[in-house]
Design a protein around this ligand. Sequence first.
Ligand SMILES: Nc1ncnc2c1ncn2[C@@H]1O[C@H](COP(=O)(O)OP(=O)(O)OP(=O)(O)O)[C@@H](O)[C@H]1O
Length: 242
Amino acid sequence: MATVINVSHLTQGYGKTIVLHDISLQVAPGQILALIGPSGAGKTTLVSAIMGMLRPKSGTVEVLDTPMPDRALLAKIGYMAQTDALYDELTGRENLAFFGTMQGVLKIELKQRIPRAAAVVDLQGDLDKPLKDYSGGMRRRLSLAIALLADPPLLILDEPTVGIDPELRQQIWAELHRMAKRGITILLTTHVMEDAEEADQVMMIRQGAAIAQGTPAALTAQYHVDSIEQVFLQAGRDQDAR
Ligand SMILES: Nc1ncnc2c1ncn2[C@@H]1O[C@H](COP(=O)(O)OP(=O)(O)OP(=O)(O)O)[C@@H](O)[C@H]1O
C-alpha cells in the first residue's frame, strides 16, 4: 500500500453549492498531514469526504485502497470531531469505556489503554469526575483521548488543539509523532500555524481551492519566507491576484 489516503480531482459540496474545487492529495502510511485554512475554507468538508460521509460530486476518494464511501472502513478510522458528543452524566473514565467499546476495543485492552490515552492528554487525575464538571478544554482533551483508544491505522482530528495550552499541545504532538513512527497515518485540521509546522505535509485550503501543498520546509523555501504563516499569507495574496 503506497498511500493511506488518495484523493484525486475531488469536487465536493452541498446541494448545488460547490465548496471544494479539484482537490488532489496523497498521504503515505505514517505521515502527518495538516489541513490549514480560514474558517469556511472547506477543511471539514474535505475531512467528511475522506471519511465517506459525503459522496464525491466528481473525482475519487480512496482510503486504505478502498473507494469511499465505505461503511466497513469507518471502523479503521479514529475520529475526533469538532463538536464533542460526550455524555455529561458519565465520568471521563466511563465515557472512554463506552466509546472504546463502541469502537470494538476489548474490555481487557481498555484497562490498559484508558490510562494511557488519559495520560497523553493529562487527564489521569480527572477521570473519575462527571463530565458536567469538566471545562471546555478538558472535554476537548477527553475527545482526543477517545480518538486514540482504538489504535486505528488512520486518525482524523478536527482542530485537536483548540482550547489546549502550549505545554499540553507539545505533549500531544510528541504522542502524535510517536504514533506516526509506529505507522499510524494522521490527518488533522487546524488554524494554528505551529501545528502545521509539526506536520510532514501541509495543505492550505482557501475558498475551496488548494493554494499551497508540500512539506513545511519545501513551502517556506518555495515562497522564500521563514514561516508557514508567511507562506499562507503569500499564497492567499497570489490567489487573490489570479
Ligand atoms: N451541511 C452543510 N450544508 C451546506 N453548506 C455547508 C454545510 N457544511 C458546511 N457548509 C458550507 O461549506 C463551506 C465550507 O465549510 P467547512 O465547514 O468545510 O469549512 P472549514 O474550513 O472546516 O471551516 P472552520 O475552520 O470554521 O471549521 C462553508 O461555506 C459552509 O457554510
